[in-house]
Design a protein around this ligand. Structure first.
Ligand SMILES: N=C(N)NCCCC[C@H](N)C(=O)O
Ligand SMILES: O=C(O)CCC(=O)C(=O)O
Ligand SMILES: [Fe+2]
Length: 615
């Protein structure tokens, strides 16, 4: 079965994006399939340009590059079994817990090589809903002078799965070889010689490999519609040629045509989806263009894609070929580029990372809040969008830090054991020990809120260990108890969606319109059918429990009982503190208290959360 984007959904997105001016060649409706085997057979024949079979391939390449900038390639000689193995091993890697994956974390220090978690890559200011490993051709110290500094480094590979590195390196070699040969066809298609794209342009091609995972579509709180998560925002690729090896059963990649419609590039098993990049646009002087594309995984399955990018020499000065200039009226349409500079400018803006500057600023702010205000004002005055977004993030951090500090200072830790002992004594209000607790509770509630009940809870630590264990599992395991969209009929006969209990992934929960960086399981007191009339419909249901860690349900239910019990007793103290009777908060108010338990996981800090307002 192929999971496809519902037409209603994709056409709505189309309307939104249609106005945008386009530089695309035509309003193509589908992407052609090209069998490149005749080209591969003769790729280094001296008379390649005269070969009939090759000429056929060249003609098709030319048409595809002019029309769509995208084409499928079959007859490419890379074993389908290897293509499959690559995706499977990628899936295996992503299936691991976050803590495992982050071992090979991407940073400026690793030359932007390594693992980036969901939301860390940013396209046009918006976090992409994908995770990935980025690999680049090795760059040694001093290799390209200062130009190479940012990309300096060698790839970092996961230790699990064990043969990951070996398999990927074999795959990269094969893709490099295939790409060189296809580029020969494209060189001929542009009217050049077969080796036109080699030598100074691509004789020592730089390559990029992105191993990408797109989480399954998520649902919004209480709705049946998917979240409209953009796996990768609209972009063009940077270099010459991209070879996309995508999952066989999910339609997610979309390509934009001249009229602004998004055309799906559904998987065709055994083929690569190929597209041309920014450098080929310059080289061909616009005869071919790098086409906008994006990824939306609206399927209920996790999608894996391994994209190989064949790029010019890192230090290539890229400009139009003479033959292309002649064909296009003799004037250069686009500014020339040094490929390495183009790449560095992309790579350094693709990620938002905490860095030393942030740490330094945060320290300074906590010591000199007044100084910070001044710095902030001047930054806003400069109105550099990037910087002001950065300031927004810093502000949020400061706000959080301040709140935390003030709470910490003011919190009172009352020892409530006298209250727990005497909670149902008829003369509880007259007891001296209880009276002292009540005074402390009163102070705490007026000024700071409560903290510290640890000693009263046998499962205080255990519940957190279990929660951590649950979140430590792979996504696929956790999503088994997805905040379930169980359907049912309400009294008024309209279809209702009940979705309140269960697992919600990162960013699924929203506070004041901003997705929260947390994952959680929500549990509520059971609500039976008809229990509270219509009022109870939405919350109707019983909790869904993970089967792992084993005993999770049993221990958590016990923990809930303990919490409910101690809360009732504490509320008695608060009833007294307010001058009421000990059972003031029971009966009508909370004699049958509704309870909510949220087990929450917050990923370790690796980026500054940043959300642009929707454009
Ligand atoms: N190496 C390549 N081509 N990577 C393509 C990734 C596209 C998304 C990226 N954040 C961007 O905005 O370009
Ligand atoms: O996931 C895909 O199908 C394409 C990914 C892509 O366009 C990219 O990484 O540049
Ligand atoms: Fe791309």
């Amino acid at each position: 079965m192929i999971w496809q984007i519902p037409t209603a959904y994709s056409s709505e997105l189309n309307r939104k994006t249609q106005k945008t001016g386009s530089t695309m060649a035509t309003d193509f409706k589908f992407i052609p399939v090209i069998d490149v085997s005749p080209l591969l057979e003769k790729w280094d024949h001296p008379n390649i340009a005269q070969d009939e079979g090759v000429a056929q391939v060249v003609k098709q390449l030319d048409q595809a590059c002019r029309d769509a900038g995208f084409f499928y390639v079959k007859g490419h000689g890379i074993p389908v079994s290897l293509m499959k193995e690559i995706k499977n091993i990628a899936r295996e890697y992503f299936h691991q817990p976050y803590e495992e994956k982050i071992e090979i974390k991407l940073s400026a220090e690793t030359g932007y090589r390594g693992y980036q978690r969901i939301g860390e890559n940013v396209t046009k200011g918006k976090p992409d809903i994908h995770e990935a490993i980025d690999c680049y051709r090795e760059v040694k110290h001093g290799m390209y002078g200062g130009l190479g500094d940012v990309m300096q480094g060698s790839n970092i590979w996961p230790t699990n799965p064990p043969n990951f590195k070996q398999l990927m390196e074999e795959y990269i070699d094969r893709c490099t070889d295939l790409s060189r040969k296809i580029m020969r066809g494209i060189a001929l298609a542009l009217g050049g010689t077969a080796d036109e794209m080699e030598g100074d342009i691509g004789g020592d091609p730089f390559w990029v490999l992105r191993i990408i995972g797109y989480p399954a579509a998520s649902i919004s709180n209480g709705h049946d519609k998917t979240h409209d998560d953009v796996g990768c925002g609209a972009h063009t690729d940077y270099g010459l040629l991209t070879l996309v090896n995508q999952d066989d059963d999910i339609v997610a990649l979309q390509v934009r045509n001249k009229t602004g419609q998004w055309i799906s590039a559904p998987p065709i098993p055994g083929t690569f989806v190929c597209n041309i990049g920014d450098m080929l646009k310059i080289i061909s002087n616009g005869i071919y263009e790098s086409t906008l594309h994006r990824v939306i995984n609206n399927s209920p399955k996790y999608r894996v894609c391994v994209a190989y990018f064949y790029e010019p020499n890192f230090d290539a000065a890229v400009e139009p070929l003479d033959v292309c200039l002649q064909k296009t009226g003799g004037t250069t349409k686009f500014e020339g580029a040094v490929y390495g500079k183009h790449l560095v400018s992309k790579v350094t803006t693709n990620f938002i990372m905490t860095n030393y500057l942030t740490t330094l600023l945060l320290t300074l702010i906590s010591i000199y809040p007044y100084l910070f205000k001044k710095i902030q004002k001047s930054l806003i005055y400069l109105s550099i969008p990037h910087v002001s977004r950065y300031v927004e993030c810093i502000k949020r951090y400061v706000f959080r830090a301040q709140r935390y500090v003030s709470r910490y200072v003011e919190c009172i830790k009352p020892n409530i054991s006298p209250l727990l002992e005497k909670w149902d004594h008829p003369n509880v209000a007259q007891d001296e020990g209880v009276a002292q607790v009540v005074r402390q509770l009163d102070q705490a509630c007026r000024h700071a809120g409560l903290r510290g009940m640890a000693s009263q809870f046998p499962l205080w630590k255990r519940s957190k260990v279990l929660t951590r264990e649950y979140f430590h599992q792979p996504y696929e395991e956790k999503i088994k108890i997805k905040l379930s969209a169980a359907t049912g009929y309400s009294n008024t006969n309209c279809l209702c969606i009940f979705a309140c209990r269960g697992y919600q992934r990162f960013r699924e929960n929203i506070t004041k319109g901003i997705p929260d960086m947390q994952e959680a399981i929500d549990f509520y007191r059971e609500v039976k059918h008809g229990m509270y009339g219509d009022l109870g419909e939405v919350m109707q249901g019983s909790n869904t429990w993970p089967s792992n860690p084993s005993k999770f349900k049993e221990l958590m239910e016990h923990y809930i009982d303990l919490c409910t019990d101690v809360s009732r007793k504490r509320m008695r103290g608060i009833g007294l503190a307010l001058g009421g009777s000990a059972n003031e908060m029971e009966g009508e108010i909370a004699g049958d208290p509704f309870w909510v338990l949220r087990t929450i996981g917050y990923p370790a800090s690796s980026i500054l959360d940043e959300y642009d307002k929707a454009d």
